[in-house]
Design a protein around this ligand. Structure first.
Ligand SMILES: Nc1nc2c(c(=O)[nH]1)N[C@H]1C(S)=C(S)[C@@H](COP(=O)(O)O)O[C@H]1N2
Ligand SMILES: [Mo]
Length: 441
């Protein structure tokens, strides 16, 4: 299912024009040694015969962090039907792959570039999608059992472009290393989702006064094959379920929802951890209390209420469920590792920013490690929960090596921090400023 690139920095084929195929580096924490010797392995778009990479090891992407269980050295490019090879495999069992920031340069993330996160095995693709069944039960007056065909004919579909982001996005920026897939910023994408507002289906089922929380179930078998276990079963307060943008989705970017993204039917619950956006959705049970399914307990999708000593043992009583995701911005062009011609004094940047349930109020960029900042221009979102595309123009004082930093600020005035904040064992909330390295000359 995957292909290992297995290239050392010096073995890159000269005809490889992929701008940022990472190779042969071990990914370290964001702030570990920053060195200019040939540690990274980017192929600069403007100079395919560049012999050394300009990407400091600390900024390289794609390999497991040091201290991770033994894996082949070097990143593994995804090899999956319909997916770009530039996606980076973070895990094979279950299959998890992230999208390097420079592949998030499209306004709407194409399916071919959209990240993949599974907790269990992939179910077989549905042979008759319209016959797929969804059950709504629990604290409702009328238990519903609807086929996808009935769902489509009984309710009015809505289409919104919305960010889907893994709860662990940015995890690799924590030190000491947090447990789980070592996402950089690529556990996110922004697609057009078509589906039926969950609220309308819940209204049709008739919520009882006791209805408090949802519980989501899907068709993906547990990794172990144990049929008594769910690979994942998360839920949310009824108020979030009733938001107009919480959708039961059957189309992605206008196409039938692909199997790898939960087709034929999934939830998309924007702003909150991606784990609520249940794939291969078969049942939503309404509960009279918080859900306790797979992924709801312990320190899963939870953050400390009071800051803990990084690396220390968690007291689970001190944790709360992670709800809205934190503000984040990424630079999508130029790619990390780009080499520009000598004399270049102006760089046009493109990027994206989003802020969970909130909106983005501004994006700023810096070329001097945050001593001075230049404000970017935000394009308006199409609808709530869409990302903001942004642009900025930077002046460079000279040739040489620069790191471009970006930070977004949310509508509550909170800004991305320079280092991952509020350490927790499973590494939620790592929304550090994004950095890319460029070399002029
Ligand atoms: N049934 C099911 N739904 C699931 C998951 C899963 O493992 N099983 N993973 C969740 C997580 S953790 C994320 S981040 C998103 C990822 O969606 P994607 O693979 O379409 O990008 O799906 C969510 N829905
Ligand atoms: Mo996730």
């Amino acid at each position: 299912m995957t292909r290992q690139t297995e290239r050392s920095p010096h073995e890159l084929p000269l005809d490889d024009h992929e701008p940022l195929e990472p190779g042969g580096v071990s990914r370290r924490g964001f702030l570990s040694s920053v060195s200019l010797v040939g540690l990274g392995a980017a192929v600069a778009p403007l100079s395919s015969n560049l012999s050394v990479s300009i990407i400091p090891e600390a900024m390289a992407q794609g390999a497991p962090a040091s201290g991770a269980p033994a894996q082949p050295s070097g990143p593994q490019a995804l090899d999956y039907p319909g997916k770009e090879k530039g996606l980076v495999v973070l895990g094979e069992r279950p299959l998890v792959a992230e999208t390097p920031e420079h592949l998030l340069d499209d306004e709407t993330t194409p399916i071919s570039k959209f990240f993949i996160r599974n907790n269990g095995q992939l179910p077989e693709p549905a042979t008759n999608p319209d016959a797929w069944k969804l059950t709504i039960d629990g604290e409702v007056n009328n238990r519903l059992e609807l086929t996808l065909a009935e769902l489509k004919s009984r309710f009015q579909p809505k289409t919104y472009r919305m960010v889907l982001e893994c709860g662990g996005n940015g995890r690799s920026f924590f030190q000491p290393q947090a447990r789980g897939n070592q996402w950089t910023n690529g556990g996110a994408g922004c697609a057009e989702w078509t589906g039926i507002p969950l609220a309308e289906v819940l209204q049709a089922a008739g919520l009882k006064d006791t209805a408090k929380y949802t519980a989501h179930y899907g068709a993906d078998p547990h990794l172990s094959g144990d049929t008594t276990k769910d690979s994942l079963s998360r839920g949310m307060p009824i108020a979030k379920a009733m938001e107009p943008h919480s959708l039961i989705v059957y189309q992605m970017n206008g196409e039938p929802l692909p199997n790898i993204h939960g087709g034929p039917l999934r939830l998309v619950i924007p702003g909150w951890p991606g784990s609520l956006s249940h794939k291969w959705l078969t049942r939503i049970t309404i509960r009279d209390r918080e859900h306790d399914g797979q992924g709801m307990t312990g320190t899963s999708y939870r953050v400390p209420k009071t800051p803990m000593v990084p690396g220390s043992t968690a007291d689970e009583k001190d944790f709360r469920i992670l709800e809205s995701m934190p503000v984040r911005s990424i630079i999508t062009a130029p790619a990390n590792g780009t080499r520009l011609p000598a004399g270049t004094r102006e760089v046009a940047l493109r990027g994206a920013a989003w802020a969970g349930d909130l909106t983005v109020s501004r994006v700023d960029v810096s070329t001097d490690a945050g001593q001075t900042w230049t404000q970017g221009t935000l394009a308006p979102p199409r609808n709530r929960y869409d990302w903001n595309r942004w642009t900025a123009t930077l002046q460079l004082p000279s040739d040489g090596y620069f790191e471009i930093w970006t930070r977004a600020t949310d509508s509550n005035g909170k800004m991305q921090p320079p280092v991952a904040h509020n350490w927790n064992p499973q590494g939620y909330g790592g929304n550090t400023m994004h950095r890319v390295a460029i070399l002029v000359g």
